[in-house]
Design a protein around this ligand. Structure first.
Ligand SMILES: [Zn+2]
Ligand SMILES: [Zn+2]
Length: 274
């Protein structure tokens, strides 16, 4: 691991480089996956620091940005790249960017940990400019990086346009925010509990064919067995498991270091968010 101010960088085997932002409560991770011709940039950080300049210093290959989804903590520097692809369900979110009115709150003290903000991050003006996508990421697509390919799987639930990328030759999975060790939200306005269920089932099946899982938040990497455990945990909720905690807007089901936050009063099977 090397520290670069706001960012930490970890170089994993198989030409996978992780760029983390440990100074923020979101604890987001982005990844570079290098082929012979191009480097895939799996998300572009929160937009708090000079993400692209740092990423460029780790690969001389021409970058293609493949967005796991278009939440703000993943699209920060997307506008600086010439080739940016996203699932069509979130293309408008990428076009819209993230205005200052919404960005401002992420600079509140409660979200900032012990690492100083980068000099270029100005809480009074910070925003993420919109970006017109240059391509789509649809289920079944294959992105050729030269001597290396990434397969695209549509994995909605956390958000409508979530995608998981799999490098089958190297047995690596990049699920974005579909799964991670932490609170997984199915209760938000953009979440979909039924879609989440199908996604977890599919990821558990795909986990049989990978060795390493690189999620976009918190503990990295995860083992494939943990993906299967998340699927089983979610099925317990559908089987009628009692929540561990009732909150105002959600029911929390906790399993070790991950949890699922379901819509309050969620009744399995009817998709109710009442
Ligand atoms: Zn997200
Ligand atoms: Zn995220």
């Amino acid at each position: 691991m090397t520290s670069h101010g706001w960012f930490d960088v970890v170089e994993f085997p198989d030409k996978v480089t992780m760029i983390a932002e440990p100074g923020h409560y979101e604890d987001v991770k982005s990844f570079l996956v290098e082929g012979d011709e191009r480097v895939a940039v799996l998300d572009t950080g929160m937009g708090f620091g000079e993400f692209k300049a740092l990423a460029d210093s780790f690969s001389t290959k021409h970058p293609v940005v493949l967005l796991s989804h278009a939440h703000f903590d993943h699209i920060g520097d997307a506008w600086k790249y010439d080739d940016v692809r996203v699932h069509p369900a979130e293309a408008d979110d990428l076009r819209a960017g993230y205005p200052h009115e919404r960005m401002r709150r992420w600079f509140n003290d409660e979200f900032l940990l012990d690492i100083p903000l980068p000099a270029e991050a100005d809480p009074e003006t910070a925003r993420i400019p919109g970006k017109e996508p240059t391509g789509e990421l649809n289920d079944g697509d294959v992105v050729d990086l030269g001597g290396r390919v990434l397969h695209v799987y549509h994995t909605p639930g956390h958000s409508p346009g979530g995608v998981t990328l799999i490098d089958h030759d190297n047995r690596l999975m990049f699920p974005g925010d579909a799964i991670y060790a932490g609170p997984m939200f199915a209760h938000n306005a953009y979440g979909d509990p039924e879609a989440y269920r199908a996604t977890l089932r599919r990821l558990a099946e795909l986990a049989a064919d990978v060795e390493v899982v690189y999620p976009s938040h918190n503990r990295v990497p995860l083992a494939p067995d943990e993906v299967v455990a998340m699927h089983h945990a979610y099925e317990e909720i559908y089987a009628g498991r009692a929540p561990d905690e009732h909150r105002e807007d959600c029911d929390v089901h906790t399993f070790g270091d991950f949890s699922f936050w379901m819509p309050a009063g969620f009744m399995p099977g009817d998709g109710s968010k009442a």
